[in-house]
Design a protein around this ligand. Structure first.
Ligand code: SAH
Length: 257
């Protein structure tokens, strides 16, 4: 047998030994039983919630193009709107449009929810009154922004359903059946008030229950048609500054019987 030169032999031996070690390592790692492998939870099967998360992000991106604040968009991306619409409309939950919620009422269009939320000019910890709980979606958005939320709804069945839904989903909102024309004096004054049904004038109690410097965002106009969305800033106990935010179509704010 021809003798190999010493140097070659050494290099050859090292190469073979190296390859053996690599092969052993590959073999060992592949043969470790699952039970000994680090405990990674198995990836969740795609749930309906995940499907909706992508749709929610697409919707938030669309609303971003219309110029809504990033803080509000973050919350629009978090709150599961599909939980607030009736089962038969779930597939439309992330379209930028209002949807029926029963009793002749609607959940507002997400862009309008975003715009109104932004126009409240609030910061976490502020106290907000909402008139027109409806499905509870707008209230959930406000709660997710870190606000202390009180919400009034005139239709008892909607008030009860929204209260249950908000509790089930873990949003801290105090809901009461009542007439928004009177406001909710027990918790006044509020840093901001948002009205999601349209009266034909600004109810005086809402102005009175607002802090000086606070904002009232409210659609005002004739029932059944288009209204103007207003942002009123309370200057002092007698005056406010009005800012026209454009045309909107809300369900009417009805008078309690
Ligand atoms: N903010 C709601 C949408 C509300 S639709 C949501 O996110 O789903 C308007 C709601 O205002 C309806 O539910 C309607 O019943 C309620 N409403 C009408 N008049 C009212 C009044 N005077 N006081 C309180 N709620 C009223």
């Amino acid at each position: 047998m021809p003798r190999l030169p010493m140097g070659w032999s050494n290099r050859y031996t090292r190469l073979v030994a190296g390859l053996c070690l690599v092969a052993l390592a590959v073999y060992l790692s592949a043969s470790i039983p699952w039970s000994l492998a680090p405990a990674h939870p198995s990836p969740p099967s795609p749930t309906r919630a995940d499907e909706y998360a992508a749709a929610r992000q697409t919707l938030a991106n669309r609303i971003r193009l219309r110029g809504v604040d990033e803080e509000v968009l973050m919350v629009l991306e978090l709150v599961p709107r599909h939980e607030f619409v009736p089962e038969e409309y779930r597939n439309l939950a992330y379209e930028d449009r209002p949807l029926p919620i029963g009793y002749g009422q609607t959940i507002s269009q997400p862009y309008i929810v975003g715009l109104m939320t932004e126009e409240l000019g609030v910061k976490p910890g502020d106290k907000v009154l909402e008139i027109g709980t409806g499905s509870g979606y707008q209230a959930a958005i406000l709660a997710a922004m870190g606000l202390e939320v009180y919400s009034l709804e005139i239709i008892p069945e909607l008030a009860r359903a929204a209260d249950e839904r908000l509790k089930r989903l873990g949003y801290q909102v105090t809901v009461k059946q009542g007439d928004g024309y009177l406001g909710w004096p027990e918790h006044a004054p509020y840093d901001a008030i948002i009205v999601t049904a349209a009266p034909d004038h600004v109810p005086r109690p809402l102005f009175e229950q607002l802090k000086v410097g606070g904002r009232l965002v409210i659609p005002v106009g004739p029932p059944g048609g288009y209204q103007t969305l207003w942002r009123f800033t309370k200057i002092n106990e007698e005056e406010w500054e009005a800012h026209d935010l454009g045309g909107v179509a809300f369900v009417p704010m009805v008078h309690g019987k």
